[in-house]
Design a protein around this ligand. Structure first.
Ligand SMILES: Cc1cc2nc3c(=O)[nH]c(=O)nc-3n(C[C@H](O)[C@H](O)[C@H](O)COP(=O)(O)OP(=O)(O)OC[C@H]3O[C@@H](n4cnc5c(N)ncnc54)[C@H](O)[C@@H]3O)c2cc1C
Length: 297
């Protein structure tokens, strides 16, 4: 089938494989001329505007193999073609990765949540993507498949820069594996957007922590979007909290460490006049939510 719609500046052949094997076979032969389509909320916008051209568009959104959620003792595996809404409603993800559920529920509008997928969010590699910090704090690995093999790679190294991944020709993202934590962890995801809805967040913060019976932090994970060219965990801030009983002074110290890390990773920029206090404030609110049971920001 050839789609030629007036406002679409480029035309392409649309292919919807029935199985993963069909998809990877096609990508093996024609991968260099193809773009993978899931929900199309990023890809079709780019094709329509003429920013992106492809001879073939391979629709993987209905492949059963990419739409499963499984869990074992150590990891939760989430198929790449699940939409944000499907993730939000999935009881296994709700139990083992509630921070991802929270991040997905903050995405755009209901239409975007019903159409956009986790694989597309990572494939597009926007520095502001909501799912990425939530997956970074679960030490997520990207599961990649081609016609001959499967491999995995850490999410942090898979995204090589803003809107750039190192997805090799012929491969597709089949899913993500997230390390699961024992019961009793605290979590939060907050973001600052231009508007509450229909806006891509400017900065998002995901955090998880475990406290011992004395209130001391035994385990800490923190990751923010839009603060670095590649997704990262804020390890200096994490280290500043581990082994301590958090109070306002310590939270301020950790939040300042995040802004320093942002400058270190991205270099000073004119936008940081706004961004530094925003990032510091967002980190503070997120840590206060976790440690002082404050309300969602
Ligand atoms: C109005 C609006 C609001 C939005 N709000 C938000 C928001 O609040 N937060 C947010 O994070 N994003 C937001 N977005 C961006 C977008 O919806 C998300 O990035 C979404 O997750 C993309 O998923 P998709 O399935 O639509 O991807 P597609 O558009 O189908 O694909 C996106 C990219 O990923 C690649 N890709 C898709 N699936 C695979 C796969 N299985 N293997 C390899 N590559 C693949 C495609 O080739 C393409 O490069 C918004 C977009 C719009 C238009």
């Amino acid at each position: 089938m050839i789609l030629k719609i007036n406002e679409i500046k480029s035309s392409f052949r649309y292919f919807r494989p029935e199985t993963l094997e069909e998809a990877t076979d096609f990508l093996m032969r024609r991968g260099s001329e193809s773009k993978i389509l899931a929900g199309g909320t990023d890809l079709l916008v780019a094709i329509r505007s003429g920013d992106l051209r492809a001879r073939y568009v391979v629709d993987v959104s209905r492949l059963d193999e990419l739409r499963k959620v499984t869990v074992d003792r150590e990891k939760l595996t989430i198929g790449s073609a699940l939409t944000f809404s499907e993730i939000i409603e999935n009881p296994i993800v709700q139990e083992f990765a509630p921070v991802l559920v929270r991040a997905c529920s903050r995405v755009g509008s209901l239409q975007i949540r019903n159409t956009g997928t986790l694989g597309g969010n990572v494939g597009n590699a926007s520095p502001a993507a909501d799912s990425i910090p939530a997956m970074m704090i679960h030490d997520a690995r990207v599961l990649l498949t081609n016609a001959e093999s499967e491999r995995d790679e850490s999410l942090g190294s898979f995204i090589v820069g803003p809107y750039k991944t190192n997805l090799a020709t012929g491969f597709l993202i089949s899913g993500f594996s997230l390390k699961i934590w024992p019961e009793g962890f605290r979590f939060a995801y907050n973001r600052i957007a231009r508007r509450r809805c229909l806006a891509i967040s400017r900065v998002g913060a995901a955090a998880m922590a475990v406290l011992d019976e004395n209130g001391k932090v035994t385990r800490m994970r923190l990751s923010l979007s839009s603060v670095s060219p590649q997704p990262v965990r804020m390890k200096i801030a994490e280290e500043c909290l581990v082994g301590q009983i958090p109070d306002s002074r310590l939270i301020l110290e950790a939040s300042q460490a995040v802004t320093q890390e942002m400058v270190h990773l991205s270099g000073e920029r004119p936008s940081f006049v706004y961004k530094k206090p925003a990032v510091q404030g967002l980190t503070t609110k997120t840590l206060e939510e976790i440690f002082f049971d404050r309300e969602e920001f």
